[in-house]
Design a binder for this molecule. Structure first.
Ligand code: F0G
Length: 489
């Protein structure tokens, strides 16, 4: 069945638009590596009967295609928009298969499936928005929240994109899907492929993927190859492989992934009663997610479902900071890959595919790009853990970055800030254990920390203690803990 055919309701014909040269093609005509045949850049999905965009480069929101809006039942008026909001909220009470997904309950903004039967879902999305009162207090911010995308079925935000793109693979009749990954995409892909009865091929950098993630891809039955290279090397191998074998590429260059991932932004706006936060802070790796979220907000704005955009800021690890360098040294106009090194292995990426999309969103929303050190990531991770929430190291860059943005005066006391936590704390328990045992950072790294930061990290560390099985021994530990808490306050 072709992408434009419909089953029950009339749907807009989706198309792909190249963000480089503006070429427009039908979804089914995309190259195997999802690169534009004319200029080599990436595509974005657009819905010409719903929203129109003159040029991707101008960073302006698309506008509503008003002529067909009424016929399609789309919200060309405030009244119409309100009725979609009601519809989406109401679906949370529904037991119907697609309504139980926090991605597909927004399907009016995902009109690219020809047949809903092909949708592969694990009931992703609908993730919590937690307050972070302790971090808020120490930063002097009144409203700080974490949108925890690690609370998805496979423990990362990738599930929201995977349900979208893997469903397209199914609809197009593929039996094999593949990705290069730092671990989360592969875990997610393996799970969704298994649910769909499809096979999956995973390429991951040997020794640089957290155990929790590697174990998932094995558990869900993926063919898992640990290549003796880094993530960027895995991407190069896969780009060639998809031209030689009939496998469907599920890296984030696949624009349908971003369609699913944009729903986290819609969900966030919904959770805040359609008053978007002033700031949304996201980690940057391959740089697709920041632009996916931005696309969601731009579409909501065009549909007049929100009345402004949040500033979207991207935070990178210092050792994997090509966007930071491009943004601060060349205003995002030039870009040079780096050799990436960070313990936040999820974002250990030196040559991110979607950097231009990320630059577009930084510009469109007025956000910033910052970098944070290994020490700052470690401390932020401990702080998010101490809020009873936890996340994987790559997600903790958001809090570390917020501290910097706040110190620079970019974020005011009364502004509402949301951190996007991308992965679950159990993804990388080794990092957490090393951190609390004081074995994560080298002596040199510890020595290089400002004294206050070092003291904070030491105070947060809570290493496990091996004891004789006696009540007295445990009582002693308890007393010490009570004492030290009283000293610390
Ligand atoms: N946070 C986590 C936990 C991730 O796994 C990733 C990316 C990111 C942030 C960065 O998102 O790439 O859209 O900028 N992980 C990919 C993977 C690359 O293969 O799992 P991005």
């Amino acid at each position: 069945m072709s992408e434009t055919q419909t089953i029950s309701v009339p749907r807009p014909a989706p198309q792909l638009r190249c963000i480089g040269c503006g070429a427009v093609i039908a979804g089914a005509d995309a190259a195997e590596d999802f690169r534009c045949r004319a200029c080599g850049n990436l595509f974005e999905v657009e819905y010409p009967e719903l929203l129109v965009r003159d040029s991707w480069r101008d960073s302006k929101p698309p506008t509503l295609a008003a002529n067909d809006a009424a016929r399609m039942g789309h919200p060309d008026s405030i009244h119409g928009a309100e009725s979609w909001k009601e519809l989406w909220r109401g679906r949370r009470l529904s037991r119907e298969r697609l309504n139980r997904s926090g991605v597909w309950r927004f399907r009016e903004l995902l009109p690219f499936m020809a047949d809903d039967e092909n949708v592969v879902t694990l009931e992703e999305g609908n993730t919590p928005l937690y307050a972070l009162p302790r971090s808020a207090e120490s930063l002097g911010i009144e409203r700080l929240f974490a949108k925890h995308q690690g609370m998805n079925p496979t423990g990362s935000f990738k599930d929201t994109g995977m349900t979208a793109a893997l469903s397209v693979a199914k609809e197009r009749g593929f039996t094999w899907v593949a990705c290069a990954s730092t671990g989360n995409t592969s875990a997610s892909m393996a799970a969704y492929a298994a649910r769909a009865g499809m096979r999956s091929l995973v390429l991951i950098p040997e020794g640089k993927v957290a155990w929790g993630k590697l174990s998932q891809s094995l558990d869900y039955g993926a063919v898992t190859c640990q290549l003796k290279t880094d993530f960027d090397g895995c991407v190069s191998v896969l780009a060639e492989l998809v031209r030689r074998a009939p496998v469907y590429l599920l890296n984030s260059v696949n624009p349908y992934r971003l369609e699913g991932q944009k729903t986290a932004g819609i969900e966030l706006a919904e959770a805040m009663d359609w008053q978007v936060p002033d700031h949304l802070i996201v980690p940057g790796g391959n740089l697709a997610n920041s632009s996916a979220l931005g696309k969601g907000f731009l579409e909501l704005l065009a549909l007049r479902m929100i009345d402004r955009l949040p500033r979207i800021s991207v935070i990178q690890a210092e050792g994997a900071n090509p966007l930071f360098l491009s943004w601060t040294q060349h205003q995002g106009n030039e870009f040079a890959p780096v050799e990436a090194h960070t313990r936040a292995t999820a974002i250990r990426i030196g040559n991110p595919a979607s950097w231009q999309k990320a630059v577009g969103i930084l510009r469109a929303t007025g956000g910033w790009c910052e970098q944070v050190s290994e020490q700052e990531i470690a401390l932020a991770k401990a702080e998010i853990g101490a809020e009873g929430i936890g996340c994987e190291p790559a997600s903790a860059v958001t809090l570390a970055g917020l501290k910097k943005l706040r110190a620079q005066g970019h974020i005011g006391k009364q502004e509402t800030v949301v951190l996007l936590l991308t992965g679950h704390t159990l993804k990388d328990p080794e990092y957490t254990i090393d951190l609390h045992r004081g074995k994560l950072l080298t002596a040199q790294e510890t020595a290089a920390m400002p004294a206050t930061q070092r003291a904070e990290l030491e105070a947060m560390a809570s290493a496990p203690q091996v004891l004789e099985p006696s009540v007295d021994a445990v009582m002693r530990v308890l007393d010490e803990a009570v004492q030290s808490r009283m000293v610390r306050g």
